[in-house]
Design a protein around this ligand. Sequence first.
Ligand code: ATP
Ligand code: MG
Length: 430
Amino acid sequence: MAEQLKAIKGMNDILPPDSARWEWLEDKVRALMRRYGYLNMRTPIVEPTALFVRGLGEVTDIVEKEMYSFEDSLNGDKLTLRPEGTAGAVRAINEHSFLYEGGKRLYYIGPMFRHERPQKGRYRQFHQVGAEVLGFAGPDVDAELILMTASLWCDLGLSVGEDVQLQLNSLGQPEERQAHREALIAHLEAHAELLDDEAKRRLHSNPLRILDTKNPAMQPVVEAAPKLIDFLGEASLAHFNAVRAVLDAAGLPYEVNPRLVRGMDYYNLTVFEWVTTRLGSQGTVCGGGRYDGLIEQLGGKPNPAVGWGLGMERLLLLLEEVGQLPGPAQPDAFAVVFPGVPLPTVMVALEALRAQGVSVVLNPAGKDGPASPKSQFKKADASGARFALVFGPDEVARGEVAVKPLREGGEQQIRQMVHIAQWAATLLPR
Ligand code: ATP
Ligand code: MG
């Protein structure tokens, strides 16, 4: 036997019945986006490496150690599998002058790639839903983006407060961060003996990121650090308070977390995360914020922007944990075909049903012809279908098919084959 090849570690196959959960979640996401007027965008999975180095910042976890980067063997170009969606979205809107006629609300769903240590809730290929609002500076869209995530939790049967909690912060503007940065470096230097190697290395290149550390030993020094929020000027505070006022009015509970800094350099003003305590240390389900400088930084005409990214694997794990996942979809009907019935008669009748929108499944024949009717009935039961459509030789000779309810009990009904499509129409909508 030939050697079997395996998928790459941390990159998962999604097969039935699990794939039904993914489709269900994607349907919920698309319905959400329609309600809020967000339009779909799709960008390449491979981008120039420079896009992420410039966009996310050189001294970030992603750029320093998590990117799948390689050289195009044909022309030597430096390429990277996208680790996140915002940089590519901004590249695309710049490239197509997409904000020329005004701001846009956009979303995407797709795979992202990060070279991390695989564990529950952390993979090397994972999937994000991302929403980006480009070209609007006000706090209204920040609040809208947060409210829509809360609306999605509600659609999915998650309870805000119990299953997921909202954390909010403001990173202010670059000048404000500069003043905070000096105070922060002074504080961290004063406690240099408590810093781990990574923190020491980032002390002068990216001290804010040290606040994002997952090292428990560093928690005390990080907790005592000067808070960015105390360095915010009037305009930044007003923006923050305006976002909070909407969330308060909507009755959405949140916690202001002054240490919430997010993993990318591009953020300013509002940042937020939805966290859960039900998934161990992989507790962030969704995170986002404002990134007013990024469009210009990537060569576009200056324009404000704000967005979020949601980890679909973590969300599905959480939904499983709280028992909110649907079972696999079941067909409406399952065909049971007796020996001697001409296949074209069966298949044409099934096409008529499907043309009505009814889902109907035929048990495929094996090498030695169709399975026995008994085994087909077993398959029909196991499929969860509401009806078996029994094609027996006598019925078919009269132009009829027998309809046997599988779940509601009841008698076998005989239907004219020519009327089967009309019968199907009475099944819909349920
Ligand atoms: P973490 O701190 O857990 O590494 P992050 O800050 O790197 O998360 P973001 O870059 O903000 O994450 O990505 C948005 C969301 O994508 C996260 O909140 C999380 O739900 C999900 N996510 C990020 N990295 C992974 C991964 N390696 N595997 C699965 N989901 C991920
Ligand atoms: Mg990360």
